[in-house]
Design a protein around this ligand. Sequence first.
Ligand SMILES: [Fe+2]
Length: 198
Amino acid sequence: MHEYTAKTFDLPEIEGISKAQLDAHIKLYEGYVKHVNTIQQSTMSLHSSDNPNKDYMMKELWRRYGFEFNGMRNHEYYFGAIEGSPTSLNPESKLGKKIAEWGGFEEVINIIKFMSGTRGSGWVMFVYDKVVDQFNFAWVDEHQIGMLSDTQIILALDCWEHAYMIDHDTTGRGAYVESYLNAVNWSVCEKWFEEVMK
Ligand SMILES: [Fe+2]
């Protein structure tokens, strides 16, 4: 099986999100990558073992796989979108044109902000559904519950407290979301959109 490697991210100084916060968050991301590999390796060793409880143990590990895998992949979108430097959405890009046709960038941001107030730990996902050619939004509990299948992530906004607990107290989600959205390099999101449109 493929062994996953944690990516590194070229993150600028971000207004409102400290380096200490980002460093701690990247460590958590690395933990998800490690656990994806752990589940893969552990189930393989259990499979070939003579442990009488191996079936149950393997199934329970696989039950956790989506949590760890999406924990890994969602963070790659999260950090990937703030690499480089903050860049506005180019209205002439394919993504810019599609968003304008859909209802406008401001509306996308308003919906993301509104959904980021959902209670609990999770993510706001702004996605593109190629099957019917439309954007969609999802609140994803933990990392995986509620993710819309077969959609392309355009923006993944981490709303777990671990994303802002060093910089804010538990009431700081709104300020953190504002800082993250201001830091997005939309040219990266444009590339992701162009990839799926090929
Ligand atoms: Fe996170």
